[in-house]
Design a protein around this ligand. Structure first.
Ligand SMILES: C[S@@+](CC[C@H](N)C(=O)[O-])C[C@H]1O[C@@H](n2cnc3c(N)ncnc32)[C@H](O)[C@@H]1O
Length: 346
């Protein structure tokens, strides 16, 4: 995801977690045919290194990034939301930065994820920011909260991992208070993802071959690290279930009872640059790269993102951009017909 460039900063304030428990070969094989199990395995595995891998931080840059994404698709009315729930919170990147950015009240946040390892890190990150956040392990398709509990439900880069999105949207509307809002950002569009994956594969192939050449061998990662990355990428392919034409996201919200549904997209040339860059960095020994490389990469990404937002957005069709954001509301005067109490059948 090219948002890594946007949130690029080292997470110095995050205490180090214990090393991830290695998954057995049997677990990995079983997970290949069970996307939820694959999500738990893959994200538990990633939890302790996730902030570093994606350059997630809890400072001004990521606060601005999260707050601006929210404002782009949902505006600035109603801040701070008194009570909020995050689905697929990971290490807390989106909601913790929304709290710091004044979008969510400091004492009103609950975070959930299907991966216990992620919930543990998110709660630890919240503590390091002085926040008292409730963390629960929960599948987004079956939320362990009462009807009408929250003013806001948010998520970042999570919808594309969830098998049954209709059930999930109905669950979101069930736990929202009447008139409450949902905001999901960082979802891959169909065209954007198609191109990004091809660019990444090409970059991986080129980098792993070029670094065999004399003179560039010093950049090459040890073979077992490259093999581990390939194994992780194979599991990543199992956990990535959906890509979205923007109109499909609108239809998803509306057919399940949401109102005021709106979709925005962003990152065109920034994603063409960002994905190969991230892939290149995954394939080489980054400690051998000069510091100016990282500055140059980040500033290039920023300039391209600026062009995307201020120029290309006005002339290029929405579906060609990489990142989709969706927001909508639960009707103020009605509850969704297919709601359920927590613990009941999904
Ligand atoms: C790509 S990560 C994004 C994490 C975080 N939101 C961020 O942007 O950094 C997707 C997260 O969704 C979680 N997830 C996947 N399937 C889920 C489900 N069915 N219910 C809840 N969380 C899920 C994963 O465990 C993972 O932490």
């Amino acid at each position: 995801m090219t948002t890594s460039q946007a949130r690029a900063a080292r997470a110095d304030e995050v205490p180090s977690a214990p090393p991830p428990a290695p998954a057995t070969r049997q677990e990995v094989e079983a997970a290949r045919s069970d996307p939820k199990q694959a999500n738990i395995l893959y994200h538990d595995w990633e939890a302790s290194t996730y902030d570093e891998k994606w350059s997630i931080s809890y400072d001004e840059r990521c606060i601005d990034y999260a707050r601006d994404r929210f404002a782009l698709v949902a505006g600035r009315d109603g801040w701070p939301y008194a009570t909020a729930l995050e689905l697929g919170c990971g290490t807390g990147f989106f909601s913790l930065n929304l709290v710091s950015g004044g979008v969510i009240a400091r004492d009103g946040l609950a975070v959930t994820d299907i991966s216990p390892g992620m919930v543990e890190v998110a709660v630890r990150n919240a503590k390091s920011l002085g926040l008292d956040v409730e963390g629960r392990v929960a599948d987004a398709e079956r939320l362990p909260f009462d009807d009408d509990s929250f003013d806001l439900v948010v998520g970042h880069a999570v919808l594309h991992h969830i098998p049954d999105l209709d059930t999930t949207v109905r669950e979101i509307l069930r736990v929202l208070k009447p008139g409450g809002r949902f905001v999901f950002a960082g979802e891959p569009t169909r065209h954007g993802d198609f191109l990004a994956r091809r660019l990444s594969r090409l970059t991986w192939w080129a980098t792993t071959n070029v670094t065999r050449l004399p003179g560039l061998r010093g950049l090459r990662k040890p073979q077992h690290d490259l093999d581990a990355s390939s194994e992780a990428a194979a599991l990543e392919a199992v956990v990535d279930l959906h890509t979205f034409p923007p109109a499909d996201l609108v239809a998803l919200g509306e057919r399940n009872g949401a109102v005021d549904v709106r979709v925005e997209t962003e990152e065109l040339t920034a994603s063409w640059f960002g994905w190969p860059t991230r892939t290149f960095e995954a394939a080489v020994r980054t400690e051998k790269l000069p510091v100016r490389y990282f500055f140059a990469a980040f500033h290039t990404w920023q300039r391209l993102a600026w062009m995307d937002e201020n120029v290309w957005r006005h002339v290029v069709p929405q579906g060609l951009f990489y990142n989709a954001l969706i927001s909508g509301r639960k009707p103020a005067d009605q509850k969704p017909a297919a709601g359920r109490k927590p613990g009941g059948p999904a």
